[in-house]
Ligand binder design. Structure first.
Ligand SMILES: O=C(O)CCC(=O)C(=O)O
Length: 253
């Protein structure tokens, strides 16, 4: 590890730079939940949270160590994707940047991450989207487009938020997907707290039958927990279906 680039202080520097990049907002402390190392059992399986009503949704809390998070944030800044203040999204297609591939190496070694037919495909992912959210930003509830294969991962960095899952029957019908929803209550909403270092995997029903989104709000309330949003970065990893991809990286605002 390059101590100068990725040393113990780099997280706060990175965080500050991302803040500055976006809106010159104040710096902030790392969420305490992400400070320790992930819990890995002897068979290489990190601890995961499952959601009984959403088959295929798995949350690996705190999977990335603080150092791994620092490296990612530093690399994103160094790539310069978000130099323009209005930029909030960067997409790559085809061969993914090496800083992302280092995380893919970790993810593809998790035995349970996806069913075998997804886990064994090569490459596991060939498309990435980096999203930067200012405090209060969100993303509309959606089912990822059919041009992407099953098996999607979201990596969370810098700060926490609640991602809401709701039955996608309506969205599915609009997109022409079959309505095989596993949801029994069409009004059910499942809130999943995503913290820095967490990795969320979606496959099967979680990918097709449930829509996911992040409310545009500065504060999430989930049970007794009150999450004050700060600048958050996410990396979404997907695999394009055959004949769908372009080999390029681009920022999009
Ligand atoms: O930012 C996130 O956590 C989710 C991003 C997402 O759903 C998407 O890019 O389609």
């Amino acid at each position: 590890m390059d101590e100068e680039l990725f040393g113990p202080d780099s997280f706060s520097d990175s965080e500050l730079e991302v803040d500055n990049m976006i809106n010159g907002a104040e710096s902030h402390e790392i969420d305490s939940q992400s400070a320790s190392d992930p819990l890995i059992s002897s068979n290489n399986e990190p601890q995961k949270t499952v959601f009984p009503s959403i088959p295929g949704l798995l949350l690996y809390k705190n999977l990335l160590t603080q150092e791994q998070q620092n490296r990612l944030v530093d690399a994103i800044i160094n790539e310069g994707y978000f130099e323009r203040p209005e930029s909030n999204q960067a997409m790559c297609f085809g061969t993914l940047p090496s800083f992302i591939m280092r995380v893919v190496d970790i993810i593809e070694n998790i035995p349970s991450i996806f069913p075998d037919e997804i886990k064994n495909r090569k490459p596991l992912f060939d498309q990435s989207i980096i999203n930067v959210y200012k405090a209060g930003d969100g993303i509309n509830s959606h089912v990822d487009l059919d041009r992407f294969e099953d098996g999607i991962v979201v990596i969370s960095l810098l700060s926490s938020c609640a991602m809401k899952f709701s039955p996608a029957s309506l969205v599915n019908k609009e997109l022409g997907y079959s309505d095989t929803s596993t949801a029994t209550d069409p009004n059910e909403v499942v809130s999943v707290i995503l913290r820095p270092g967490d990795v969320l995997a979606m496959s099967g029903p979680a990918r097709y039958d449930w829509a996911h989104g992040i409310e545009a709000t500065k504060i999430d309330i989930v049970g007794d927990e009150r999450i004050v949003r700060k600048v958050r970065v996410s990396i979404t990893l997907r695999k394009m279906k055959e004949n769908q991809f372009l080999d390029q990286c681009a920022d999009k605002s």
